[in-house]
Design a binder for this molecule. Sequence first.
Ligand code: C2E
Ligand code: MG
Ligand code: MG
Ligand code: MG
Length: 284
Amino acid sequence: RAKETGKARYVLYDPQTFTKPVHDVSIEAAMFEAVKNGEFLLHYQPVVDATTRQIMGFEALMRWMHPDLGLVPPIQFIPMAENNGLITLLGAWVLKAACVQIRHFEEAAGRQLYISVNVSPRQFRNDHFLETVDEAMKLSDLQGSQLLLEITEGILMSDPDHAETLLTAIAARGVRIAIDDFGTGYSSLAYLKRFPINTLKIDRTFVKDLPGSVKDAAICDVVISLASHLNLNTIAEGVEDEQQLQFLAKQGCTLIQGFLTGHPMLPDEAIAALKANSAAAFVI
Ligand code: C2E
Ligand code: MG
Ligand code: MG
Ligand code: MG
C-alpha cells in the first residue's frame, strides 16, 4: 500500500514503528485499526492576511473517516488518542504529511506559504518530538520559518523548564510557535516574556460576538495591541462574517482564519482556493 503511493505522499502506517499495545475498548480498537487502514486524513483551512485577504498559509486539521460513522471530528478522537498515546504516532504523521502537502500547495500557487500544525501536550512531552520536527522539515525541504507549531497555554504551564528547553531548540531551527486558543487556558503573561513565541491565536469565543459585545471587543483590542507591542503576530480564529473581519483588521490583527475566508478543506479544494485567491484583485 505504502509503496504504491509514490514519493509525493507520506504514508502513516509503517509496521516497524507501529508497536503500541492495543487496548480492549472498542472505539480505541477501531482507532488502531483506523491507523492501519489509513482512515485518518487532513483538512486544510486557509489563513489570510487581514487586510489583503491573500492566503498566507493553512492550518492542518485532522479528521477520521470511519467506514460506518463517517467523518469523526477531532474533539471525539484527539482526547482519546492523547490518553492512549496514539497521538504521538498520529501527530508525527500530521507533521510530516502537512509539511509535504504545503510544498504541493506552493507549487500550485507559485509562491511561498506556511503551514500550521497543532501539537498536543503528550506529543510535546515525547522525547522524540524534536526529531520528528527535523524529519518533517527534511522530508519536505521546508524552511523553518514556514512551519508554525500551535501549542496551548497548558503545555507551557505544566512543565515550564521542559517547555523552555524545547521551544528554544525549536526557535533555533527558525520554526515558529503560536499559542492556540490564547486567553482561554490557565495562563500567565510572564510566559510571553520567557518563551520564544511568535504568534497569538485569538480564540473563537472572543471573536464570535464581535463587534457588538463590548467585552469581547475590549479583549480583542487589548490582545492585538499586546501582541503588536511584543512584536508578535495575531491570528483571529472563527471569523464568520464581514463585520468581525472589519473590526479585527481595524484593530491591527495580522491574520484571519474562519468560515468567512475558507472552511477546512481537502487538498484539491485548497489548490482551487489558492488559484481563485491569486486571481482576486487585492484591495489594501
Ligand atoms: P483548533 O486548533 O483551535 O482549530 C480550530 C477549530 O475551529 C477547527 O475545529 C476549525 O474547523 C474550527 N473553525 C475554524 N473556523 C471556524 C469558524 O469560522 N467557525 C467555527 N464555528 N469553527 C471554526 P476542528 O477541525 O474540529 O478541530 C478542533 C480542535 O481539534 C482543534 O482546535 C485542535 O485543538 C484539535 N486538532 C485538530 N487537528 C489536530 C491535530 O492534528 N493534532 C492535534 N493535537 N490536535 C488537533
Ligand atoms: Mg489550532
Ligand atoms: Mg485554535
Ligand atoms: Mg480554538
